[in-house]
Design a protein around this ligand. Structure first.
Ligand code: PLP
Length: 443
C-alpha cells in the first residue's frame, strides 16, 4: 500500500490501498473513480465526463445502464438469484437456444468469462479428439488463467512460462508487417500454408484443435484476407482438427455480425464467447459446440464444471442483451457507422505522418503508429512504450477521451450504440493527438 494520501479521492485511496490492479505496477496505477455512467459516457468523482472509446474492456456493447438490461436483471434477481449447475432454469435454456440459433452450432457450456471458456474449449477438444496439442497464434490473447495464458502468444504469457504443455504456436495474418516478407502481389497465403507444415512436423494425429481469435483484438486488430478462414477450415477438415473460434472480443456485433468469422462464410466447431454476450452487465462466458461434439457427450462424460455455470442472473442478462441487439437493430447501426469510421480512419492515414496503417471491421478498429511511413519503424517497440505514445495517452485522457493504447497502437472500439455525432466528437480528439505526435516526430 502507498499509505494514506489525503490529496486522493477517498474512493481511489481505498482502491489503491486495499486492492490490486491488473496488469500494472501498483505504484504507477492511476485509476479513474467511476462514479456513474450512461450510454457511451461515464463520469468521475468530480463530475468530469469521459467519452468511452474503448467500451470499458471492449465489452459494454449496448452502453452503460441500458434500461432493458437493468429491468431483466432486477426481474431475475426477484425470481431466482441462484441455482446450482446441475439444475434446469428458464434463462439457462433460453440462452442455449438463442446461442444455437445465432452461431449455427448446437449446445452451450457456460463459464464466468472468456479465459474459462477457452480453458473448457481446449479440454473439450482434447476429450472429443483424444489428441493433446492445440495450435494457437503468436499475436493472440485468450485469457489469464494458466491454460488460456499459455495458449496466448501475447507477451503477457512470458511470466507463467513454461505454462501448460502441448501448445504449438504459428504466425498471424498480419499483412502490414507480413511475417513471411510478402506483399499483396507476392502473397501465397503463407499465413495458412505454413500451418500445414507445422501440422506435419507436430504429427496431425496429435493435434486436437486450432484456436484463433475471430479477429485478433488486443494484439492489433489483424483482419485476415477474405480467403484465410475458408483455407483454415479446409486444413482443419483435412486433418480432423477442430477449429475453435475465440469470439470473446470480436463477437456479438462488434464487427456487425454475431461472429467475426461469419463475414467469411465458415462455421467453426467450437465458439467461445464472453464480453459482448452480456455487455458486461453480469459475468458470463460460453463454449458453444457443434452437433458432432454435442453428440459425443451424449455417451461420454463431460469432465468439467463450475459452481456458477449457468448462473440464472447472468443468463437472464445475456438473453436480454441478445434481444436488444435484434430489437434495436444494432448490427445494422454498426455496419453503417463502421463505414463512416473507416472513411475517417483512412483520411487520418492519409493526413498524418505517424499513421502507418489503420485496420477495422465494424466498430472494431486500430491505428498503428509509426515514426516513418516508408520504413514502418514503430512509434513504440513491441511490448514497450515510448515518450510519444505516453504523450498521446496523456493528451487523450486530458481531453476526457477514454481509449485503449498499447505498444504503438491506438484502438477505437466505442459502445455499439454510439451516435455519429459522438463518434465524430471522439475522432476529432484523436486527430488532435495525432497532430501532436506528428509535431513530436518531425523534430
Ligand atoms: N479471449 C479474447 C479474444 C479476449 O480478448 C479476452 C479478454 O480480453 C479473453 C479471451 C479473456 O476473457 P476474460 O478476461 O473474460 O477472461
Amino acid at each position: 500500500p502507498g499509505g494514506p494520501d489525503d490529496s486522493l479521492d477517498p474512493v481511489v485511496r481505498d482502491n489503491r490501498d486495499y486492492t490490486l490492479f491488473s496488469w500494472s505496477v501498483q505504484s504507477t496505477s492511476n485509476p479513474i473513480h467511476m462514479a456513474g455512467a450512461q450510454g457511451c459516457w461515464f463520469w468521475d468523482g468530480d463530475g468530469n465526463r469521459y467519452l468511452d472509446f474503448s467500451s470499458q474492456l471492449i465489452n459494454i456493447n449496448v452502453g452503460h445502464q441500458h434500461p432493458k438490461m437493468l429491468e431483466a436483471i432486477k426481474k431475475q434477481v426477484d425470481e431466482l438469484c441462484f441455482a446450482g449447475p446441475s439444475f434446469a432454469t428458464g434463462p439457462r435454456g433460453q440462452l442455449g437456444r438463442k446461442l444455437a440459433e445465432v452461431t449455427g452450432l448446437a449446445k452451450s457450456f457456460y463459464t464466468l468469462g472468456g479465459a474459462e471458456a477457452n480453458e473448457n474449449a481446449m479440454k473439450i477438444a482434447r476429450l472429443v479428439t483424444g489428441r493433446d496439442k492445440i495450435i494457437t497464434r503468436y499475436r493472440s490473447y485468450h485469457g489469464a488463467t494458466m491454460g488460456a495464458m499459455t495458449a496466448s502468444g501475447d507477451p503477457r504469457r512470458w511470466p507463467v512460462e513454461p505454462g501448460v504443455p502441448n501448445i504449438v504456436r504459428v504466425f498471424d495474418p498480419y499483412c502490414y508487417r507480413c511475417p513471411f516478407g510478402k506483399t499483396p502481389d507476392s502473397c501465397g497465403r503463407e499465413c495458412v500454408t505454413h500451418i500445414e507444415e507445422v501440422i506435419q512436423m507436430e504429427g496431425p494425429h496429435n493435434i486436437a484443435a486450432i484456436m484463433v481469435e475471430g479477429i485478433t483484438g488486443s494484439n492489433g486488430l489483424l483482419v485476415p484476407p477474405d480467403d484465410y478462414y475458408p483455407r483454415l477450415r479446409a486444413l482443419c477438415d483435412k486433418y480432423g482438427i477442430l477449429l475453435i473460434d475465440d469470439e470473446v472480443m470480436s463477437g456479438f456485433g462488434r464487427t456487425g455480425k454475431w461472429l467475426a468469422t461469419q463475414h467469411y462464410g465458415i462455421k467453426p466447431d467450437i465458439v467461445t464467447c464472453a464480453k459482448g454476450l452480456t455487455s458486461g452487465y453480469m459475468p458470463l462466458g460460453a463454449v458453444v459446440v457443434s452437433q458432432h461434439i454435442a453428440d459425443y457427450f451424449e455417451k461420454n462424460m463431460l469432465w468439467g464444471g463450475l459452481t456458477y455455470s449457468g448462473h440464472p442472473v447472468s443468463c437472464a442478462a445475456a438473453v436480454a442483451n441478445l434481444n436488444i441487439y435484434e430489437e434495436e437493430r444494432i448490427f445494422e447501426h454498426v455496419l453503417e457507422l463502421g463505414a463512416h469510421l473507416e472513411e475517417r480512419l483512412l483520411a487520418m492515414k492519409h493526413k498524418y505522418a505517424c499513421v502507418g496503417d489503420v485496420r477495422m471491421k465494424g466498430l472494431f478498429s486500430v491505428l498503428e503508429l509509426v515514426r516513418d511511413k516508408a520504413t514502418k519503424e514503430p512509434l513504440a517497440p513491441f511490448n514497450g512504450t515510448s515518450p510519444e505514445m505516453q504523450k498521446l495517452a496523456v493528451h487523450l485522457k486530458s481531453q476526457r477521451l477514454y481509449a485503449f493504447s498499447r505498444f504503438n497502437m491506438l484502438w477505437v472500439c466505442p459502445p455499439l450504440v454510439i451516435t455519429r455525432d459522438e463518434l465524430d466528437f471522439g475522432l476529432d480528439i484523436i486527430e488532435g493527438a495525432l497532430a501532436l505526435v506528428d509535431d513530436l516526430i518531425a523534430v
